[in-house]
Design a protein around this ligand. Structure first.
Ligand code: CA
Length: 222
């Protein structure tokens, strides 16, 4: 997903760009309202309310007039952002600073899910980039940085399934039903064994995190 980040605070912008790119997003950063209005169309816009050259509300209204991309406003507590007004301006959601990176990513994903129109979703056969990992469902090949990772058919299916919703927790049962068979009654240990071999091949245990008592989630290592 291509994200336009409009943020004048250099240190916030730097850490957001780093984090979002690490999470597999493509990020363009501009630091002014004028820059935001001059930018190419993106698939998601993160818009700081307090900008040096223009009021973020005006930028929001202007952007809304020219793009369908969802807009998430980044607001400071002191700015007393009026949620209703924000939504009237065409923002899809907002987060209040200071926010955690995880919270922002969760908001981005939720807004993206809500706003995808049928037929506008990304081409499902296009290779997916997740941090340093590239997953090509069409050719069933996986690359870590530039090196191909040799996976078994099931390992590939498992990775592709976890990658279908990055960061989300998938239960063992869900994984079994989707990756193995809709009516799999075998031991859930099968999932754990495949997760272990995938982790080994991806070179970092952190790629696939176990959520105790629930299941697994895929996320690029920090
Ligand atoms: Ca600001």
């Amino acid at each position: 997903m291509r994200i336009l980040l409009v943020e004048d605070d250099r240190s916030i912008a730097r850490s957001l760009v780093e984090g979002l790119e690490g999470a597999g997003f493509e990020v363009t950063h501009v630091s002014t309202g004028a820059g935001a209005l001059a930018a190419d169309d993106h698939e998601m816009i993160l818009l700081d309310l307090g900008l040096p050259d223009m009021d973020g509300r005006d930028v929001c209204r202007e952007l809304r007039g020219r793009t369908k991309a969802p807009i998430i406003m980044l607001t400071a507590r002191a700015e007393e952002f009026d949620r209703v007004l924000g939504l009237e301006l065409g923002a899809d959601d907002y987060v209040t600073k200071p926010f955690s990176f995880r919270e922002l990513v969760a908001r981005i994903r939720a807004v993206a899910r809500r706003t995808v129109e049928p037929g506008q979703a990304d081409d499902p056969t296009a290779p997916q980039t997740i941090g340093q990992l590239r997953l090509d469902r069409r050719t069933r090949r996986v690359f870590l940085e530039q090196t191909e990772v040799q996976l078994t058919a099931k390992e590939f299916d498992l990775l592709a399934f976890l990658a279908s919703d990055i960061g989300a927790v998938h239960t063992r049962t869900e994984i079994l039903e989707n990756v193995w068979d809709a009516h799999w009654y075998g031991p859930t240990k099968t999932v754990d064994a495949h997760v272990a071999s995938l982790r080994k091949k991806l070179g970092a245990h952190e790629w696939i995190q176990a959520v105790r008592g629930v299941g697994f989630r895929l996320e690029p290592p920090e």
